[in-house]
Design a protein around this ligand. Structure first.
Ligand code: NAD
Ligand code: ZN
Length: 374
């Protein structure tokens, strides 16, 4: 939302509000086993037998039973991608040129299968195929000029909300920053909770907490409106059920998948906050993955999100999670400065957390004090 000030007929200043008009995923299929309908969904989108569908799949599925369920036909390409490191602008550029070199026809679509890493890669490849230059040129807000290729997102771990968001977060030469645009959002999402079966306990918690932290930061933010609040509260309730109750694993998978969706919807109209801003700095300098990075920062944000941190500690205990320690204590001043630079560059996140005068309330020394506790 932004405020426009102009003069009315009587030369008095009138203020009008400009509401954001953001895109939503136009098609979504939900349910255990719904992945098996992907072949039919894609059939309707295939331009011809020479225009392939490119499947970008987390390599955790390589060689497993799931491989045979991927509906690749004609000259479709399955590319397995490792998600140990978060996606990079250079990696997107390389994937796009690989696809261009392999096929003379424009692909019928890009399908991302995996966690936030693979979903973001699929979004970025779909954008960069139709927009000139490097992915790094589009990091920021509304810099993408042309519609992307048809792209489908299929999460296999729940929490990031990347399946529903209008951003793809990439590590670039200068910044870890999203390509935020109307062309980023998926054209189709397949939500099949069974696909999240193999996720390890710690990763389930870290990515799940990403959703929980989205909710806290959105619900405690200055950008909050009733639209965001309604999604954020639902996602928060689902997170509490999943991480504080004794749910049957099937039910937990279903509920966390929907929590992720609602959490993502909640930040669509608001923003995340301090944990995310600081986690971006951590990730840029140390390569710490998003979910874990958020947890590491969030535990030290009692001054800003007291109830959220208390709930987080209860969830951590209930799920027997021990977070790594002493990651930053030995860092040199230059690294800490770099973390602060990246973090303080996230203007909308700070503004959402602390209001328009956030610069008067936070400074690099305050951030360093928090980083040094991690
Ligand atoms: P991830 O994609 O990095 O995957 C984490 C780990 O889980 C990997 O080792 C992966 O192999 C494994 N994994 C995934 N599915 C599995 C399965 N079914 N069985 C076994 N292992 C499985 O994790 P994530 O937390 O979902 O994503 C983090 C990324 O998402 C970061 O790059 C972050 O920047 C991005 N992100 C994007 C948005 C957005 O709106 N675009 C929002 C939040 C985070
Ligand atoms: Zn997040």
């Amino acid at each position: 939302m932004s405020l426009n000030k102009e003069l009315d007929f009587n030369n008095k200043i009138k203020t009008s509000v400009n509401y954001r008009n953001f895109p939503m995923v136009p098609r979504v299929i939900y349910g255990k086993g719904s992945f098996d309908q992907l072949g039919d969904i894609l059939l309707a989108k295939r331009k011809n037998a020479d225009a392939p569908v490119i499947f970008l799949v987390d390599d955790v599925f390589e060689g497993g039973e799931f491989e045979s369920r991927i509906p690749a036909i004609f000259n479709d390409l399955i590319l397995y991608v490792n998600s140990e490191e978060e996606p990079k602008t250079g990696q997107v550029d390389a994937l796009v040129s690989e696809i261009r070199d392999m096929f003379s026809e424009v692909p019928s679509g890009i399908v991302g299968i995996g966690g936030g890493t693979l979903l973001d890669l699929a979004k970025a490849v779909a954008i960069l195929y139709t927009n000139k230059g490097s992915a790094a040129n589009y990091q920021g807000w509304d810099l993408v000029q042309k519609p992307s290729l048809y792209h489908v997102g299929i999460p296999t771990i729940s929490g990031t909300g990347a399946e529903v968001s209008r951003t793809t977060v990439l590590m670039g030469p200068e910044m870890k920053l999203g390509i935020n645009s109307d062309y980023t959002t998926f054209d189709q999402v397949v939500l099949d909770p069974d696909l999240t079966r193999g996720v390890q306990k710690e990763q389930w918690f870290y990515t799940g907490m990403d959703c929980f932290i989205h909710c806290v930061e959105s619900l405690r933010g200055t950008y909050l409106n009733t639209f965001s609040q309604s999604y954020g509260e639902k996602a928060m309730d689902l997170c509490e059920e999943v991480f504080l109750n004794e749910l049957d694993p099937d039910e937990a998978r279903e509920k966390l998948m929907m929590a992720s969706w609602h959490g993502g919807m909640s930040i669509a109209y608001s923003q995340v906050g301090i944990a995310h801003a600081m986690s971006y700095g951590l990730s840029f300098v140390l390569g710490t993955r998003h979910g874990l990075g958020n947890c590491l920062v969030f535990q030290h944000l009692k001054d800003y999100y007291p109830e959220g941190v208390e709930l987080f500690e209860r969830m951590k205990k209930k799920n027997d999670i021990l977070l790594p320690e002493n990651l930053c204590s030995g860092l040199c001043e230059e690294d800490l400065d770099e973390m602060c630079r990246v973090s303080l560059g996230m203007t909308p996140l700070w503004e959402n957390a602390l209001g328009p005068h956030w610069r008067e309330q936070i400074n690099p020394d305050m951030l360093k004090e928090i980083y040094l506790k991690i």
